[in-house]
Design a protein around this ligand. Structure first.
Ligand code: NAD
Length: 338
């Protein structure tokens, strides 16, 4: 298949090229994000391959279809950036990567928590400047603390298991579907308010839906345990960032570790080191010594990138062969902002 790959970075090329040895697609790289203005770049291609911040609304999809494109391959799990009804009406097949490496995200979540709690980035920066003083670097043991995991699906279950069995935390969980394997190892399911009130550490792993949007907000932060630590590697809008900043300013929150941010689409995945950042909320967040932020990289392991590349290219090979791939997304699967 002739595929136009949008929003490509060097690591996308590397892993897609490697995986493509098995499939023999004709891969063509575009650094631009796909939207209705860049869609003409895909004229004459059979498929486009896109990522989380490409915008495949009805005008973009219409333009793609006019140019001869018949398939859209998302190299991510979420598909909230695609108008699936428009795609279906235009006869465009849409595929995604439902699960690539929950281990990658779970391991990163624990890494962020440890790095934030034990001040590892600050300590490392000090040592590089020959400052070996330890003031301000005191952390807290995780062992024996109560950790609350919201969403115990593929990633949350791994995090709950590691916190319980690896670190000796008491683990509370909340999910709309309970996992009996977690109950068996002593994880206790409670309602969301109880979890948010009783946890010393809160880790978010549920999807973004109208029900979970801003599930950490002013009132939940007010009711939370003093010096609660919050980790979010799921979706930025699970947290009301301004309320979090207010709680940090009043010392209610002990530490925050974020891999995702509500307005990340304007910032993440790009080198903006020579730009003036206009997002004052994000900039304020970065000023707290007990806040650690990374740019949506929890998935970024060799294993995950390989799995993403293989699933994407094999799905397109299935479409080329006239079959319906298992990772196809249809309009009847629509749920709000996964
Ligand atoms: P999953 O679908 O396996 O698990 C999600 C869990 O959340 C499910 O058990 C579901 O029942 C539960 N859930 C749904 N609604 C809920 C609610 N209202 N309250 C509590 N729980 C609810 O998904 P996953 O693969 O574990 O991914 C979890 C999150 O991590 C997703 O939001 C995903 O987008 C995000 N993610 C982030 C990265 C990253 O690089 N930072 C990478 C992959 C996934």
């Amino acid at each position: 298949m002739r595929i136009a790959v949008f929003a490509t970075k060097a690591y996308d090329r590397r892993f897609l090229d490697l995986a493509n040895a098995e499939f023999g697609h004709d891969l063509n790289w575009f650094e631009a994000r796909l939207d209705d203005t860049t869609a003409p770049l895909a004229d004459g291609f059979d498929a486009v391959c896109v990522f989380v911040n490409d915008r495949l609304d009805a005008p973009a999809l219409t333009r793609l279809a006019q140019g001869g494109v018949r398939a859209v391959a998302l190299r991510c799990a979420g598909y909230n950036n695609v108008d699936l009804r428009a795609a279906e009406a235009l006869g465009l097949a849409v595929i995604r990567v439902p699960a690539y490496s929950p281990e990658a995200v779970a391991e990163f979540t624990l890494g962020l928590l440890l790095a934030m709690n034990r001040n590892i980035p600050r300590a490392s920066a000090r040592v590089r400047e020959n400052n070996f003083a330890l003031d301000g670097l005191i952390g807290r043991n995780l062992s024996g603390r109560t950790a609350g995991v919201v969403g115990t699906g593929r990633i949350g279950a791994l995090v709950a298991r590691a916190l319980k069995l690896g670190f000796g935390c008491e683990v509370l969980a909340h999910d709309v579907v309970e996992d009996p394997a977690l109950t068996q190892i002593g994880v206790r399911y409670v309602d969301r308010d109880t979890l948010l009130r009783q946890s010393d550490i809160i880790s978010l792993h549920c999807p973004l839906t109208p029900d979970t949007r801003h599930l950490i907000d002013g009132p939940t932060l007010e009711a939370a345990r003093p010096r609660v630590m919050i980790v979010n590697t799921s979706r930025g809008a699970l947290i009301d960032t301004q309320a979090l900043i207010d709680a940090l300013k009043s010392h209610r929150v002990g530490g925050v570790a974020l891999d995702v941010y509500e307005q990340e689409g304007d910032l993440f995945f790009e080198d903006l080191s020579n730009e003036i950042i206009q997002d004052d909320v994000f900039q304020r967040l970065l000023t707290f010594p007990n806040v650690l932020v990374t740019g949506h990289q929890a998935f970024l392991t060799e294993e995950a990138l390989t799995a993403i590349a293989v699933t994407t290219l094999s799905g397109l090979a299935e479409i080329e062969a006239g079959r319906v791939p298992a990772n196809r997304v249809t309009a009847d699967q629509i749920r709000p902002a996964p």
